[in-house]
Design a protein around this ligand. Structure first.
Ligand code: NAD
Length: 367
């Protein structure tokens, strides 16, 4: 039994990007909550793949489709009449966006446009949560955290594509979707997510565990960059709460954007994260790699999540240390091969839910 079962049981949920890192955790949570999940993705993003290892394709409808294909996307939406849509599909890597800017812009902007257009065809009630990024904000390297009304922007192709997606969502919502009584649309912005099951290229945690599991030294880029690290389950819970609350309080939540960041004093540097991981993995080595690409990576990125706390009763329950511990232990257990991936991820999910229940009880929050 999961905490969201009473809201999600038998609900039809479309998740785009379900084979990715976050998407696979969201799919797992929804499947364990008794939902009927329809996943739309065009490929497995990493090898190994968390989605594949979980064997989730046996517990849901698994559709291989590029979201740039509007006619097919529309048909899937109309046929499946979803109660909820979580749109996560995107080219999600900053480094790859320099190599493949066209693909990045096409998937992240046109793809998002196609999701909105497909939503507009629905005649039944549906609540959509569109996932963008903390990188949608114009990065001014300011000390205070970004709030939802701050300026959008983005210099590198990935950030610009997410900023551009936001403009599309805002425009399409104001000109089309807000007139549809059966629909609600919200935007979710989160920061750098860590957790088990991520094997993407050029992300610090996967880089570390891929090398350390072979007793090799890892190369660390930008050791002093500060990022809003947070555990994947915190963010996924935010997306689910956003969807559920939209159903309850459509008038106040429809068309709004929400930040989901760690506690404001929990932003840490890349090297602090690596050192914290070391406390759980023990014998590990790293080397600092000089970035020769001369491509600017911003140093500071903070999110202010007070609006999510006020409106959605969402706030982080894990500290930085908790999040790193949960993440590192997931990989240690995975590489020990003593437990299958589904049991491992479900075990961590239920552990997290226990912490959450305690938090809800203390704060007198009703689930
Ligand atoms: N992981 C992070 O730290 C982070 C931080 C901020 C925002 N985000 C955003 O969250 C979402 C999920 O991130 P993730 O880390 O799980 O990404 P991921 O790269 O692991 O997964 C991306 C998913 O999108 C699918 N996809 C990509 N292009 C597609 C297309 N054209 N058509 C159909 N499917 C397509 C892939 O198949 C995969 O399922 C993305 O929108 C990403 O931009 C991620």
């Amino acid at each position: 039994m999961t905490i969201f079962r009473k809201h999600l049981k038998n609900k039809r949920i479309i998740i785009t990007g379900h084979t990715g890192f976050k998407g696979s955790w969201l799919t797992l949570w929804c499947v364990l909550s008794g939902a009927k999940v329809i996943g739309i993705s065009d490929y497995l993003t990493s090898s190994p793949s968390h989605f594949k290892r979980l064997q989730l394709h046996k517990k849901m409808k698994n559709i291989k489709l590029d979201i740039k294909n509007l006619p097919k996307l529309k048909k899937i939406f109309v046929k499946n009449r979803p109660d909820y849509v979580f749109h996560l599909a995107a080219q999600s890597l900053v480094k790859k966006s320099f190599e493949k800017p066209v693909e990045t812009f096409m998937s992240n902007t046109l793809g998002t446009m196609n999701i909105l257009e497909s939503l507009s065809l629905l005649k039944t009630r549906c609540h959509a949560v569109i996932i963008t990024s903390d990188k949608s904000y114009k990065n001014l390297e300011i000390e205070r955290g970004y709030t939802e009304n701050d300026l959008l922007g983005g210099d590198d192709p990935y950030s610009a594509s997410k900023g551009a997606a936001e403009l599309i969502i805002n425009s399409y919502y104001k000109s089309v979707l807000r007139f549809k009584k059966n629909l609600s649309v919200t935007v979710a912005r989160a920061g750098n997510v860590i957790g088990g099951g991520d094997w993407s290229d050029d992300r610090v945690v996967p880089d570390c565990v891929k090398s350390w599991s072979k007793n090799k030294s890892v190369q660390i880029r930008n050791p002093n960059s500060t990022r809003p690290w947070q555990h994947v389950l915190e963010v996924i819970r935010g997306y689910i709460q956003c969807g559920i609350q939209s159903k309850k309080y459509k008038e106040t939540i429809n068309g709004e954007a929400f930040n989901f960041g760690p506690r404001i004093n929990q932003n840490k540097t890349v090297i602090q994260l690596v050192k914290e991981m070391k406390t759980h993995w023990k014998k590990v080595k790293w080397k600092i790699k000089k970035d020769k690409t001369k491509k600017k990576e911003y140093k500071l990125l903070k999110l202010n999540s007070l609006k999510s706390k006020k409106v959605l009763s969402w706030e982080p329950v894990l500290t930085f240390k908790d999040s790193v511990k949960l993440t590192t232990l997931w990989y240690k257990e995975y590489y020990s091969k003593k437990i299958d991936c589904f049991s491992l991820s479900s075990k961590q999910l239920f552990f997290y839910e226990k912490k959450l229940m305690k938090h809800f009880r203390n704060k007198k929050i009703k689930v």
